[in-house]
Design a protein around this ligand. Sequence first.
Ligand code: PMV
Length: 316
Amino acid sequence: MTTATAPGKIILFGEHAAVYGQPAIALPLSDKQATVKVEDAADRITLLLPNLATSYVLESEPNSADGDVPLVAALRLAQAAANVAQLPPLTITVDSTIPIAGGMGSGAATAAALIRAVLQHLGISADNQLISSLTYEVERLHHGTPSGIDNTVVSTNQAVWFVKQAPENLIEPIVIGAPFRLLIADTGIRSATKDVVGDVRRQWQANSEYFDSLFGRCGRLARRARVALNAGNLLELGALMTLNHVQLRRMSVSSRELDDLVDNALKAGALGAKLSGAGRGGIMLALVDSEKEETVREALEETGATSIWHSEVAAG
Ligand code: PMV
């Protein structure tokens, strides 16, 4: 039996602007992860997705319908990378504690863990770079033109500075000078990243000067945030998060629910707050200190958050 895991992720700075080449900062979530188990089986290939109460029985060779299910596509990409024409009988079980479609990288993490586990089980050694690029291919199938942040963070399990650029994205590890804690609140509203990214693109095409200036501001905030993270300056970090939220509102990717959560977290004493990910639903982040954490959590609950998670980001 072979097991592999991959963490969830959050974008701390630079969502949307990252699609246009501005820097973004993203973090792995140590306490939310996808786990994939691969076992030899007697006579068929079964992909079990207990979180979705679904399973698939698959052919040993790829077929044209495989692209419809992202995790089947992930399996076929691993098969191709391993150069195996016919997969042996296997039972593949995908388990995840990452909320689905909530902007926490669940799709990328399950794909990365599956690709890693299958390659390992087939005896192929794969570095993070290979896992990341295969995961990117899976992401492309259902996200359109993802920037590449999700696959990078879930494959490296590291806080990253990410700049989308040709011929290769710039990816640097980020030094975190002091530990900090985030509350992650879910609006309970789901929106497709692809649609929100497409809508921002239409607005940018119609009004490119204004949108370029918003993206540029997000980039400058991310640069300052990297310095604040290095120095462990949490007051500055919080202020920058809140300013990033203002830019995202201007891009029209926030929503009343997200704005209310951000405003009420700040009123309750959060050091900073912003939406995270594609927006129009999904999640928001509040940077809190230990004294205010409980008050902020209560405010988020009262505002209508459907789930609230606590995440510790370690120094390092
Ligand atoms: O909602 P998520 O976690 O898929 O994040 C989307 C982030 C965007 O910057 C909006 C798109 C991207 O591919 O980077």
